[in-house]
Design a protein around this ligand. Structure first.
Ligand code: KIV
Ligand code: NA
Length: 263
């Protein structure tokens, strides 16, 4: 695989193709995922749940994400490496820039941040300084206690329109990618059509520009209840690499997500 860059993702969208993304937290699994063709590796703050056993992503620190980003960076191969800004990194503009800088120095090539239109100023400052930003919208796990649980977002038309308007504002501020979590498939499609930048979905239906899953869900080893939008690809594969490859190929062929994984 040629080295994946932001341009690769943009070209994929223009060609009407899809790309695959998967979380990674260490060198060994990152290597296998990259070998399997996964285009984007995300060091997600989901590590607080799947690695550390917390009930949410809130306890994850910047140092935690930097540690795992350094590990993944050493074995990421040709995949693009994205890393999450943890809870409260946006407490001030100053902190946002410092924390994003730390992630980039740890090896991230793009940073992901949760929020809506109010993030625009922060995104403008980051992109001005050469930090590519993915804005994570819809179900944003860092606000789970405000949302009242892990629930589908943007179900009513007014809310969906507002989310599209907010996404436009974030793209105007410089966001390079939008990630949509847990929204109706119709909103996923509307976002892909409305925006010039790639839209990555998780539980956002099949009609987006890229798909992402948490690695532990793909391997069927997650703790607790698994959401409707995940699929265990190891169940029908004879190795972890082949499970990752089956996921990658299912995304490329738009066989995943199917109707049963969508809202
Ligand atoms: O932390 C994470 O793994 C994520 C993905 C689920 C998108 O943010
Ligand atoms: Na995350």
């Amino acid at each position: 695989m040629k080295t994946v860059t932001l341009s690769t993702l943009q070209a994929s969208k223009r060609a009407g193709e899809t790309f695959s993304c998967l979380t990674a937290y260490d060198a060994s699994f990152a290597h296998v995922a990259s070998q399997a063709g996964i285009e984007v590796l995300l060091v997600g703050d989901s590590l607080g749940m799947v690695l550390q056993g917390h009930a949410s992503t809130l306890p994850v620190t910047l140092d935690d994400i930097c540690y795992h980003t350094r590990s993944v960076a050493r074995a990421k191969g040709t995949s693009l490496l994205m890393a999450d800004l943890p809870f409260m990194s946006n407490a001030s503009q100053e902190r946002l820039l410092q924390d994003a800088g730390a992630l980039m120095r740890a090896g991230a090539e793009m940073i992901k941040i949760e929020g809506e239109a109010w993030l625009a100023d922060g995104i403008r400052e980051l992109t001005r300084r050469g930090v590519p930003v993915c804005a994570h919208m819809g179900l944003t796990p860092q606000t789970v206690y405000q949302l009242g649980g892990y629930k589908v977002q943007g179900r009513d038309a007014v809310r969906a329109e507002q989310m599209i308007a907010d996404a436009h504002e974030l793209v105007a501020a410089g966001a390079s990618v939008i990630l949509l979590e847990c929204v109706p498939a119709s909103l996923g499609r509307a976002m892909r059509e409305a925006l010039d930048v790639p839209v990555i979905g998780i539980g956002a239906g099949p009609d987006v520009d890229g798909q992402i899953l948490v690695m532990h869900d793909v391997l069927g080893v997650s703790l607790g209840r698994t959401p409707r939008f995940v699929k265990n690809f190891l169940a029908e594969a004879d190795s972890i690499e082949n499970a990752f490859r089956a996921y990658h190929e299912a995304v490329k062929a738009r066989h995943f997500p199917a109707a049963e994984h969508s809202f």
